[in-house]
Design a protein around this ligand. Structure first.
Ligand SMILES: OCc1cccc(Br)n1
Length: 404
């Protein structure tokens, strides 16, 4: 819990310095919010059930659909752009045999109402800021960046049904996770010709914008968006964190433009975070077509990375005072001393029952107490308590009113 609080505190601090407002959504949503037909894993693993009102509901597997629903619900009562963040528990239903978690927490930041890639550049800047804040550098992690418009421009020259686009992206996201023959088979099933598949796989292997421009030709939005993003990255100061990689499409069907994912340069871990532009999501929920982009950053892989890099913070309990009555008829006196200190904003562990001093010293060491305050009858008669500084062993008596 100390590690989680440390991590979430850093998520929130970065969100705050970027001027984002915190939002939250119900962990239980209508199943319909997540029922997409693009073959996504997140759909296959939906933690859904029928509730006592015979409603089909689901534990949310991600936060973005809830955010979209909230933006629509707010409608004209909020002015754009919206810069919202959330840290929320998300669920999936996986066979436990795989020893993977069914719940995790995800930090999300989203910018709603900005069509320019400045929004994506800002979001990546916030993640870089977070990494730097916890001691991760550009030699530890990077961001692979592409745009789904690359895919659109390639598929556009073949007659691939518009409603297959999301499915094609979900299949391509499995590159390097399943054999390429399996990828080709699935692409054929959604209506792509062999020629189209070959050219697509060729384009997806491109790792430089210059090469991509040669293949796609100038003038397309994919190239101009990406060039703009790399220009802004240089101005934000995180050029050495990012690289173009045409194979990055991300596994969520609703992305429509720039997509990115954070990866560990040693290649041992799954993606650390990921996000992109989703300009059509709000309109699929019956709203207007409001441009939006955002990312999700889970609390699992980042902890594995910190362990790998020896960057887990040393987190132990700290209290300033442990207060103890030396006999039970002074328990009330000890309570009043604890209250005085707490009212001054000091942390106090009050010993709540009669315990031998040996036990009190052991507890003081375990909770890293700085001071031991003993309430004894002879001192109390004089309105005093005895204070022991546990690091130095220094001991003195002080008037209760002068305790600070
Ligand atoms: O990363 C996808 C995901 C979604 C919900 C819960 C967990 Br654990 N993981």
């Amino acid at each position: 819990m100390r590690l989680r609080n440390w991590l979430f505190h850093n998520f929130r601090e970065v969100s705050r310095i970027f001027g984002f407002e915190e939002v939250d959504f119900p962990v239980l949503e209508s199943e319909a919010l997540f029922v997409r037909k693009a073959g996504e894993e997140i759909r296959d693993q939906l933690y859904c059930f029928e509730d006592r009102g015979n409603r089909r509901v689901a534990l949310r597997p991600e936060l973005t659909p809830s955010l979209a629903r909230l933006v629509i619900q707010k409608g004209k009562s909020v002015s754009l752009p919206l810069k919202w963040f959330a840290v929320g528990q998300c669920w999936r239903y996986e066979r436990m045999t795989r020893g993977r978690r069914r719940e995790h927490y995800q930090w999300n930041m989203d910018i709603i109402g900005v069509p320019e890639v400045t929004a994506e550049a800002e979001l990546i800047s916030s993640i870089v800021t977070f990494f730097k804040k916890i001691g991760i550098t550009a030699s530890d992690v990077g961001f692979k960046i592409s745009s789904r418009k690359v895919l659109q421009e390639v598929l556009g020259s073949y007659s691939v049904p518009e409603n297959s686009f999301g499915k094609v992206c979900v299949i391509i996201d499995k590159l390097e996770k399943i054999p390429v023959d399996e990828i080709k088979k699935e692409l054929k099933l959604v209506g792509m010709s062999e020629v189209a598949i070959e050219e697509l796989l060729q384009v997806l292997s491109i790792k430089s914008l210059e090469k991509l421009e040669e293949v796609l030709g100038g003038g397309g939005e994919a190239i101009s968006d990406l060039k703009r993003l790399f220009f802004l990255a240089e101005k934000f100061g995180y050029s050495d964190w990012i690289q173009f990689d045409a194979s990055i499409v991300r596994g969520l069907a609703y992305y429509t433009g720039i997509v990115f994912e954070g990866f560990d340069r040693e290649g041992k871990l799954r993606a650390i975070c990921g996000g992109g532009r989703y300009d059509k999501l709000l309109s699929t929920f019956g709203g207007d077509d409001i441009p939006a982009c955002g990312f999700g950053f889970g609390d699992a892989v980042i902890v594995e990375l910190l362990k790998e890099r020896g960057l887990l913070p040393e987190l132990s309990q700290q209290v300033e005072n442990i207060v103890c009555a030396l006999d039970q008829d002074l328990q009330g006196a000890a309570a009043s001393v604890a209250t005085k200190l707490r009212e001054k904003g000091q942390t106090v562990d009050l010993v709540l029952e009669g315990k031998p001093l040996k036990w009190v010293f052991k507890r003081a060491a375990r909770i890293n107490a700085q001071r031991l305050i003993l309430v004894g009858s002879s001192e109390w008669q004089k309105g005093m308590v005895s204070v022991k500084i546990l690091s130095s062993g220094e001991q003195y008596e002080v008037e209760v009113g002068k305790l600070e």
